[in-house]
Every structure is written in structure tokens, then in C-alpha cells.
Design a protein around this ligand. Structure first.
Ligand code: CP
Ligand code: NVA
Length: 308
């Protein structure tokens, strides 16, 4: 029987916190959880949830994953805890790690997440920062694997903003040796440190392509992925970005240029009619709701490893 493994990193702050083998093991565990082949109980373990930004999927999938593992969650809403008052992270982290067994945090700066991890004696999970969304990427590659069995020859094209979701796809793509193409308007390229890191991992393989030409990026692709043009925290840039991203939408015409068996992914929540059309979300090629479901299975697998 498959068992959770102790990961080399105490925390899951980045898509690069797991090795290639660990990443695949988490996906394998996630698949077993999904198929109900695994019944692992981590009795009485408590997951603390700190969300400085809104969330539906991440929050609920963590709550249900923990409950399925026989544990429980504490919702540390910043507006009702002292976090919103600005209590120093080093104090909050040291106190919470005396109550909780593990903490998942959604916040703005990656450096704040790292500060939590530095002071917490318990594992810390990145539940989304401005820089990365590694739990999302776990579910994304789980969904891709369900469709294509392995990652060999898979071409993943992300269309839109070079944001946290794109960054995690790039890093996981590099870890797994998957060709990743990013099509974005000029000036909205992914973080250069992330790109450099990915290139270093890909070594001499030229498998990361960043372009402003959406049609060349989509040609022959197996997975078309998009996310909102303006992320949480960018509300004041919305008007400008809506103009800059015109043409960077997944519509039925664009889908025709991808591989005939291509699938469509979106991390959700979506702005239908902006980065993706209603028709594409509801099309036969869409795996968007399987992808959302997989958040729960992937996080159940991640939690079982981090808590083992
Ligand atoms: N995809 C995702 O993280 O969704 P939520 O913002 O609803 O958690
Ligand atoms: N890029 C989006 C993802 C939401 C799940 C954001 O950060 O708002």
C-alpha cells in the first residue's frame, strides 16, 4: 500500500520545495485518495488557516481534506484575530505553532510567508502569495496526468498575466521536464527570478518559451491554461489591465489551433468573457471542475506527507 513519505523540506512555500520524486509521490497519493484506495487517519491534528485574501477553493478544500484525514482546522480570520491588528509575524507564528500542527497561509508578500516559516516550529504551507500558488500547481499537474498519463511530450500553454499561477506552473514544469509556453502582453512577463530558476533546472533543454504571440504559443499545445488578468491586490489596475490584455483570451477560435485532444484549465475564479469565454469553460475540452476537485485530493496528499 502506498504511504505518505516524509518530505525533505519541512515547509511547502514554493513549488520547488519538493524534489521530482516527492512531487510524483504526492500525485500518486492524491490519486489513491481520490479513488478511495487510501484511508489514512492523522488523529487530532490541527491545521491553522490564515487568509489575508479571499478564498473559496483553497479554504474549503483544505478544511475538507483535513476532515477526511481525521483532523480539524482553525480558521484564523485576520479581521477577528490579532493578525489584522498587525501583531508581529514572529509572535503570531511562535504562538500558533504551540496550538496547531501545521499552518496554511494566504498572503501578499512571499517574504511574510517566509517569516512565518522561520518562526514557526510547525510546517507552513503557501496557500497563495503574490509570487506563487504551489498548491494550485499540484492539482493542475494531477489533472494533466489524469488526462495524459505521464508528462512526456505534454505542451502546457498559459495565456495571460505572468502572475503567481504562471510562476508555479513554470517552476513545476521545470521540475517535471514539461514544455511550458507563456503568452502574455508585453510588460506582463513572469517574474525574472522564477524564469531564471526554471531555466537553470531545465539545463540545456529549451522547454520554457515566453512570447507575446498567442497563436504561436497555442499551436499544437495539449493544455491551454488561463487565469484572471488582475489578481487579488491589483484591483486598482483593473481598468488598465483590461485594455492591455485584450486579445489574450481563450475562445473557441484559439482552441482550434491547439492539439485536437487539448484540454482547458483555469484555476478559478474566472471572469467569463474576459480571459476565457463562457463557451470554452462549458466545452467538452474543459477539465476546470475536475481541476478544482483535485485541489482537495492533492492537498490531502500534501498534508499527509507534511504531517508524517
Ligand atoms: N484557485 C483558488 O485558489 O481559488 P480560491 O481563491 O477560491 O481559493
Ligand atoms: N492569480 C489569482 C489567482 C486566484 C486563485 C490571484 O492571485 O488573485
Amino acid at each position: 500500500m502506498l504511504n505518505p513519505i516524509k518530505l525533505s523540506s519541512k515547509n511547502f512555500l514554493s513549488s520547488l520545495n519538493t524534489s521530482y520524486d516527492e512531487f510524483l509521490h504526492i500525485l500518486e497519493l492524491a490519486k489513491s485518495f481520490k479513488n478511495k484506495d487510501l484511508n489514512i487517519k492523522l488523529k487530532e491534528k490541527v491545521l491553522g488557516l490564515i487568509f489575508d485574501k479571499a478564498s473559496t477553493r483553497t479554504r474549503v478544500s483544505f478544511q475538507v481534506a483535513m476532515s477526511r484525514l481525521g483532523g480539524t482546522t482553525v480558521d484564523l480570520n485576520p479581521t477577528t484575530s490579532q493578525i489584522g491588528r498587525g501583531e508581529p509575524i514572529r509572535d503570531t507564528a511562535r504562538v500558533l505553532s504551540r496550538y496547531c500542527d501545521i499552518i496554511a497561509i494566504r498572503t501578499f508578500n512571499q517574504s511574510d510567508l517566509e517569516e512565518y516559516a522561520k518562526w514557526s516550529t510547525k510546517p507552513v504551507i503557501n496557500a497563495l502569495t503574490d509570487l506563487e500558488h504551489p498548491c494550485q500547481a499540484l492539482a493542475d499537474f494531477m489533472t494533466i496526468r489524469e488526462e495524459f498519463i505521464d508528462f512526456k511530450n505534454v505542451v502546457l500553454t498559459f495565456i495571460g498575466d505572468g502572475n503567481n499561477v504562471a510562476n508555479s506552473l513554470i517552476l513545476c514544469g521545470a521540475l517535471l521536464g514539461v514544455e511550458v509556453r507563456i503568452a502574455c502582453p508585453k510588460g506582463y512577463e513572469p517574474n525574472y527570478l522564477v524564469v531564471n530558476k526554471a531555466k537553470e533546472i531545465y539545463k540545456d533543454k529549451n522547454l520554457l518559451k515566453i512570447t507575446n504571440d498567442i497563436f504561436s504559443a497555442v499551436e499544437g499545445a495539449n493544455v491551454l491554461y488561463t487565469d484572471v488578468w488582475s489578481s487579488m491586490g491589483e484591483e486598482n489596475q483593473k481598468e488598465e489591465k483590461d485594455k492591455d490584455f485584450l486579445g489574450f483570451s481563450i475562445d473557441s477560435n484559439l482552441v482550434q489551433n491547439a492539439d485536437k485532444d487539448a484540454i482547458i484549465l483555469h484555476c478559478l475564479p474566472a471572469y467569463r468573457g474576459k480571459e476565457i469565454t463562457n463557451e470554452v469553460i462549458e466545452s467538452k475540452k474543459s477539465r476546470i471542475f475536475e481541476q478544482a476537485e483535485n485541489r482537495m485530493h492533492a492537498q490531502q496528499a500534501l498534508l499527509s506527507c507534511l504531517l508524517s
